[in-house]
Design a protein around this ligand. Structure first.
Ligand code: SAM
Length: 261
């Protein structure tokens, strides 16, 4: 039985669950991208604006258009003081509501695995960027164990529960990203892996953060109480917990960048 789809319907919960991670990886990603200030950007799948705000504060864009299908995420994005120069609107990565060549840079962070047709999304980013412009992305290495909440996912697998897997998980591999960017006609394609860590004060804080994930909540709700409790305890047993009770989680993101010919 497939797991229910992962939902993005609470921008504030997303901030605690994933926004923190997005910015941590985004900082390293932007160091690597090293864009000029004053560019005109599109942020595809901008979500609650976690990365958009980082982009605005670090690189003084001339403008940013944020596109996402989730109204709840967009509402949170519009409330961010640091992203006031960005405009946020509803849209789909596979049919961007812009003319050809109107941006200097297109970026898509932590999104490509949720898009049913990743090749279409990359082609769309390449279409809306002007010649010489940049098209880039980073995404958790879900199949390689790089997802920030890999511990409960691995235990769900071990308990033969429906996998918490986004629809296009294959696209997150480094070789798949390289192929997608090359197939879209982008030049000077480069990839790299980004490693980030996050510390939780104790297991209760860690588990409360896990429960912000709609996928984990739905999985637990479908289990008899004893099995739900077992999943929690198995997750605890999988984690390295230090003498002070703290947990340091490591996540790996695969990143790609290319230039429009
Ligand atoms: C993990 S969040 C990433 C948000 C943000 N970019 C970040 O770095 O925090 C994934 C986002 O992709 C969006 N998404 C899902 N399908 C999409 C599609 N077809 N086109 C554009 N965005 C999509 C979701 O609504 C969600 O906000």
């Amino acid at each position: 039985m497939p797991a229910p789809p992962i939902r993005f319907d609470d921008g504030a919960a997303y901030e605690q669950l994933m926004g923190v991670w997005s910015r941590a990886a985004g900082d390293i990603f932007l160091d690597w991208l090293a864009p000029r200030d004053g560019l005109n950007w599109i942020d595809v799948g901008c979500g609650n604006g976690a990365f958009t705000e980082l982009l605005c504060t670090r690189h003084a864009p001339a403008g940013v258009e944020g596109i996402d299908p989730s109204d709840a995420q967009l509402e949170f994005a519009r409330s961010r003081p640091g992203a006031r120069l960005a405009r946020f609107r509803s849209g789909d990565a596979m049919a961007l509501p812009f003319a050809d060549g109107v941006f200097d840079a297109a970026v898509m962070t932590l999104v490509i695995v949720f898009v049913p047709d990743p090749a279409r999304a990359v082609a769309e980013m390449a279409r809306v960027v002007a010649p010489g412009g940049s098209v880039s992305s980073f995404i958790w290495d879900v199949e390689g164990g790089g997802f920030p909440l890999d511990a409960p996912r691995a235990e769900m697998r071990a308990m033969s529960l429906p996998p918490l897997m986004p629809p296009s998980a294959d696209a997150a591999r480094l070789d798949a990203l390289h192929d997608l960017w090359s197939a879209a006609g982008l030049r000077a394609v480069e990839t790299r892996t980004i490693t980030v860590q996050r510390r939780f004060a104790d297991f209760d804080e860690y588990w409360a953060t896990c429960l912000l994930s709609s996928g984990i909540r739905q999985a637990l709700a479908a289990l008899p109480p004893a099995e739900a409790a077992a999943l929690r305890e198995r997750t605890r047993a999988r984690l390295a917990i230090d003498d002070a009770g703290r947990i340091t989680c490591t996540a790996l993101a695969n990143a790609v960048k290319g230039v429009k010919a």
